[in-house]
Design a protein around this ligand. Structure first.
Ligand code: AMP
Length: 278
């Protein structure tokens, strides 16, 4: 397996791969088994798999964790190789962007970004849609793999592909969790033991809401309030329920309900997200 840092080198390698199916797994690195599940699926589905590792400055706000985001390229490459990836593409910021201030952006519609993480992180999804478009173009991928862990991101990327007629098939992959329910995340490395206990409250709240729905509770406020009670001790950014097909506010007449939570875990200030169909 090769680690490639330059766009031109990747394009050279891909020149004679035009007849092959290419799977792309876009990541920010610090890979764990959640990323691993996407890589495995891509290796199963495609002739050639590219894992991109790029901490994208354009999707981080000024007071967010761009500088301290974990960077573990050697370890990442080892895992990607073990799982059968063909290339790790790890460009520098300068290689991806000549000038981030004078950049043509891909901007998802307001209706998709004025809620949930888009509301709390202004500009975040412009940065995501822009870098993902660039990675699609650079890799010429047939399929691209995204985790349901970032449900709003997945919704926005699917919409972008449809709206812009991009020639990529988007493959959603289920959330990988620790045995106790904590969704794997590169940001879990910021947590100590005590904060990890509080981090568990996200999946506990989602599971509890799911139980309530099973028992026939359909009152949105009650479902959200029950989740909020379990989340006490964390700094909740949002608890929302949406229709997973449209990402519009969930109505009791909607069959499917997706509950999403974002919360900061004190004293670490680590912002975690999780979601579950309830
Ligand atoms: P990130 O490196 O956090 O940008 O994530 C890269 C990709 O891995 C995204 O599509 C995420 O949704 C996905 N991912 C991250 N954590 C998990 C997880 N626990 N289970 C499944 N997919 C995940």
């Amino acid at each position: 397996m090769k680690i490639v840092h330059k766009i031109s080198e990747l394009k050279d390698i891909l020149k004679d791969k035009k007849a092959l199916s290419i799977g792309l797994v876009p990541t920010m690195g610090a890979l764990h088994q959640g990323h691993g599940s996407l890589i495995k699926k891509s290796v199963e589905d495609n002739d050639f798999t590219i894992v991109s590792v790029f901490v994208n400055p354009v999707q981080f706000g000024i007071n967010e964790d761009f500088d301290k985001y974990p960077r573990t390229l050697e370890k990442d490459a080892k895992l990607a190789e073990e799982l059968g990836a063909d290339i790790v593409f790890a460009p520098s910021v300068d290689e991806m962007y000549q000038d981030t201030k004078e950049l043509t952006l891909v901007c998802p519609p307001y209706s998709a970004i004025n809620k949930l993480c888009g509301k709390s992180r202004p500009g975040h999804f412009d940065g995501v849609a822009t870098v993902v478009s660039k990675l699609f173009n650079i890799s010429q991928c047939t399929r691209a793999y995204f985790g349901q862990k970032d449900a709003q991101q997945l919704f926005i990327i699917k919409k972008m592909v449809k709206d812009l007629n991009l020639n990529v098939e988007i493959i959603p992959c289920p959330i990988v969790r620790e045995k106790d329910g904590l969704a794997l995340s590169s940001r879990n490395s910021y947590l100590g033991d005590e904060a990890r206990n509080d981090a568990l409250k996200l999946s506990k709240a989602l599971n509890y809401a799911k139980e309530l729905r099973k028992k026939g509770v359909n009152d949105k406020q009650l479902l959200c309030d029950s989740a909020l009670k379990i989340l006490e001790g964390t700094n909740v950014d949002y608890v929302e329920i949406v229709n997973p097909e449209t990402f519009e506010d969930w109505k009791e007449t909607d069959k499917k309900a997706l509950m999403l939570i974002a919360a900061k875990i004190p004293p670490t200030d680590t912002r975690l997200i999780d979601n579950m169909e309830i």
